[in-house]
Design a protein around this ligand. Sequence first.
Ligand code: GLN
Length: 233
Amino acid sequence: EVNASGEDMPTYIVGTEAQFPPFEIVDSRGKVVGFDVDLLNAIAEDQGFKVQYLDQDFAGLIPALQTGNIDIIASGMTITEEREQEVDFSEPYITAGLALAVPINNEEIQSVDDLQGKTVAVQTGSTGFMKAEELKEAGGIAEIKDFPHVNEAIEELKIGGADVMINDLPVTEAFIAAQPDVIKIVGEPLNSESYGFAVRTGNTELLQKINTGLENVKASGQYDELLTNLPKY
Ligand code: GLN
């Protein structure tokens, strides 16, 4: 198959941790779907390349990109200065931020000021994890428990193994929408973060395609359409 420039369509392998609704989730047929997937598919179509998704743990995504096992990360990944040292990010494609969540019956923790001596559940390698480490160093929290997937962190809250979870707000909201009786969000968001697609450092050709495609998909109105059709978890 050839693209509009008459080249053979390249296929890029996309790494994602597909338990992160509404950005990526495995549907009932075992297919990876979600906003990141829809957006990258639209970019790929615009730019004449193909994508193939590989579901794997979040903490392994950057190493997999660096060793060449994958070509793109599309995984609700926050653009951070530390990660900029290891990968190249696209222009930001959406804004999110971290928020606290507690078991539904907890009335004690209302904000980040109430975390003294508490145990925090986070996803391994996430910005929530980094925020927890920062709060721990500042003497704010006692213990961090990290899990490969957000639903496992939520499970830990449920069984009383942790007092509070730090996670991306839209994702916690998606879990709550699916299961309203387990946890609730408390306090204000802790920060604002931007997600980007990541490629190997120096892979400017692919980065250019992603950035141009993103611009086109925004300009055409397709981006807004995708945002209004987020998958339900
Ligand atoms: N946005 C967070 C981060 O980049 C969490 C991403 C995720 O778990 N998929 O660390």
